[in-house]
Ligand binder design. Structure first.
Ligand code: ATP
Length: 690
């Protein structure tokens, strides 16, 4: 079937995918007042990076270790579609399909959608100097989209992206924010800009309150310590090269015993099933125990979370931390910030696991949930606070969190936290009243990718003698993932996807697409094909996002269609396949996405559809990543890479730049994208290190 007739294909079936309880909300007409119905909209982390975004990527991740250890009840793919699995987000149920930009019927539905979808993408609309309500500049949007205004028509405003003023007034989840901005970001400016501009949810008179209270995680020990098995390649981690740069690095440890952790921590490590350190843990744990600042870059799924949590907890225990009590203003010792709600939740669950049986209390707060709920969690006591940036700044603005006692500041997915999307908020955070200076706190940054320019920005947050740990090729793909790149044109993609999914059977598969709208369409389409599918993206309400992840984790829906919101950090057992239905705009985004499989020594497969019309800019860095990971490189891809080779300057792939080493070592190192980093313009002056 052709791609042009999406409306005809999908519309008649729409209602069957909208849960009963949602129907009324979504049935008020095709141009409906969607902004009133989806309180979380602007608060959502947004989708992937623009193909026209010349700077950074976006990346989001998630996952909740709820002990849903395995499918058990895994449905067959030919079961009925999953009610409520998707399509209940505002971008779906309330969009007037008859007026959809997909209607235009020139076989370019996807292309048009993608082109129009400025609002779907925070990164492409963001900049250091352009924040707040003006974030989506219509002119800019027009320029970037070749003047297509489809998404601005009211009929197309299913995601609240019609009129910007509507979006502003109606779709802000917590502060009357605006469409298209990363949800976790605060728009404060001017004096007191570290505070929440609108005073947070409670003072938001422009939009409906967010009332969602996430269910508490299971409290029983078995659930807390639920884990999956390391894979057959876990031992091969030992062969990965590690480089530590910076002065006076403490030696690596080889075993958990050498870390000299207290008995309770050792018990928890054993209960978590950890018997052997991963490379990033071997090097990072002693560095953090020695009190040094750290920037660590290690492949996806290789245990970075424990690499920072364990030594921080060890410090806390060693310092004789006292139980934190009920107080209106809590002053945690440790602050962990990550870019997505699901990821901070996952980190929180890990913190809760490793602090089990101690008096350390970890708390998680994130957007899309009731603010009062976050406050209630905090006031009960808080030693370790795991937070997304927007909710964190709200809570700080409400004076529920004081920063004076912060000894450890962790930025997970640090390159994402410092890029154009979150960088300004992180700067605000470190200049908040009370936040100890970098000399007074220990700052730790972790990611699988660390573009060189971001490393330079990071230096502002770190003591000058920070250590840099690189495990394997910085920004490289995990070798446990078998990567395949197929040439598939836009209009053959769905057919190919179905073919692949039918061959895969019931194995858990994540399908990445470029935009939120496309995520809904593809999920709908797959359900119509009787493939049990759910979806996660930034236009879905938090409850729906968590439900989707739960359904995917437990195997009820073995296929999860996702935007970049799920690209980073998501740690789900048994994800055997990642399919890039659309390739991302940057190679580092690609590395994060395929890292959802092949975790912790397990093997996985990644299949990417390469569209000659839109993906040529990725050919060169893709060839590099494939080669570094010892994968077969198709001859046709090599040819494209060769023909599009631009020596020294990455052009539109600027956001793809990877440093192979600590940037302090010099500016001429070759990065994984194959470009000489010295020839890539730097956004900030390079500081001399030596
Ligand atoms: N030493 C270990 N032994 C056994 N399992 C481990 C060990 N370290 C971590 N794990 C497990 O490996 C999985 C991946 O760890 P984690 O999520 O911390 O990876 P990551 O490096 O942060 O990945 P990403 O870059 O995708 O965020 C988790 O399920 C974690 O519990």
């Amino acid at each position: 079937m052709g791609d042009e007739d999406w409306e005809a294909e999908i519309n008649p079936h729409m209602s069957s995918y909208v849960p009963i309880f949602e129907k009324d909300r979504y049935s008020s007409g095709e141009n409906g007042d969607n902004f009133n119905r989806t309180p979380t909209s602007s608060s959502e982390m947004d989708d992937g990076p623009s193909r026209r975004d010349h700077f950074m990527k976006s990346g989001f991740a998630s996952g909740r270790n709820f002990g849903n250890r395995d499918a058990g009840e895994s449905n067959k793919r030919d079961n009925t579609s999953t009610m409520g699995g998707f399509g209940v987000g505002k971008s779906f149920g309330n969009r007037g399909f008859s007026n959809s930009k997909f209607e235009d019927g020139d076989s370019s539905g996807f292309w048009r959608e993608s082109s129009n979808d400025c609002e779907d993408n925070p990164t492409r609309n963001r900049g250091f100097s352009k924040r707040g309500d003006n974030d989506l500049d219509p002119d800019e949007c027009m320029q970037r989209t070749g003047g297509l205004f489809g998404s601005r028509r009211p009929a197309l405003s299913g995601t609240g992206n019609g009129d910007t003023s509507q979006s502003r007034s109606g779709s802000g989840s917590e502060r009357g924010g605006y469409k298209g901005l990363n949800e976790e970001v605060i728009t404060g400016s001017g004096k007191n800009s570290w505070k929440s501009e609108a005073g947070g949810e409670s003072s938001d008179t422009q939009g409906p309150k967010v009332t969602y209270i996430p269910p508490p995680p299971p409290e029983d020990e078995d659930s807390i310590f639920a884990h999956y098995q390391t894979g057959i390649n876990f031992d091969k981690y030992d062969t990965i090269l590690v480089e530590v740069s910076g002065h006076d690095a403490p030696p690596a440890i080889l075993t958990f015993e050498e870390a000299n952790l207290c008995q309770t921590l050792n018990n928890n490590i054993a209960k978590a099933g950890y018997t052997k350190l991963t490379p990033v843990q071997k090097y990072s744990i002693p560095i953090i125990l020695a009190g040094r600042d750290l920037m660590a870059c290690a492949q996806t799924g290789s245990g970075k979370t424990a690499a920072f949590l364990l030594p921080i907890l060890a410090h806390m225990m060693h310092d004789g931390i006292t139980a934190s009590r009920f107080k209106e203003l809590q002053e945690p010792e440790c602050l962990i910030v990550a870019p997505t709600r699901e990821l901070v939740n996952q980190i929180y669950l890990e913190a809760r696991k490793f602090s089990f049986g101690t008096c350390v209390r970890a708390v998680v707060i994130y957007g899309g949930t009731q603010l009062g709920h976050s406050i209630r969690q905090i006031v009960q006591g808080c030693n370790i606070l795991c937070a997304t940036p927007g909710r964190l700044m709200d809570i700080i603005g409400k004076e529920k969190i004081g920063l004076k006692q912060i000894k450890y500041l962790v930025l997970d997915e640090a390159d994402r936290m410092l890029d154009m999307g979150f960088g300004p908020e992180m700067k605000k955070l470190i200049s908040c009243p009370g936040m100890p200076s970098k000399e007074q706190r220990q700052t730790l940054m972790f990611s699988a990718t660390f573009p060189e320019e971001i490393q330079r920005l990071a230096a502002e947050f770190l003591k000058s003698n920070y250590l840099f740990v690189a495990v394997g090729q910085v920004g490289g793909a995990c070798r446990d993932v078998q990567q395949t790149v197929l040439q598939v044109g836009q209009f053959s993609k769905r057919e190919k996807l179905v073919e692949i999914l039918r061959n895969i059977g019931d194995e858990r598969t994540m399908v990445f697409v470029e935009t939120k709208k496309k995520a809904d369409f593809i999920a709908t389409f797959l359900c119509q094909e009787k493939i049990s599918t759910t979806s996660i993206h930034g236009d879905r309400e938090q409850r729906e996002r968590e439900q989707a992840l739960g359904d995917f984790r437990c195997g009820k829906c073995p296929v999860l269609v996702a935007t970049s919101v799920a690209a980073r950090g998501l740690d789900i057992e048994n994800v055997q396949h990642v399919i890039n239905f659309d390739l991302p705009s940057t190679i580092d985004e690609y590395v994060h996405r395929i890292g959802r499989t092949g975790r912790c020594g397990n093997t996985g497969r990644a299949i990417s559809f390469f569209d000659l019309e839109s993906d040529n800019h990725l050919a060169q860095p893709l060839v590099k990543v494939l080669t570094d990971a010892q994968q077969d490189v198709p001859a046709w891809l090599e040819e494209i890479a060769f023909s599009t080779y631009i020596p020294g300057f990455s052009g539109s792939t600027r956001g793809n730049v990877f440093a192979s080493v600590d940037t302090r070592k010099g500016k001429s190192s070759l990065n994984t994208a194959g470009f000489s980093s010295s020839q890539v313009p730097n956004p900030v002056d390079d500081e001399s290190w030596d």
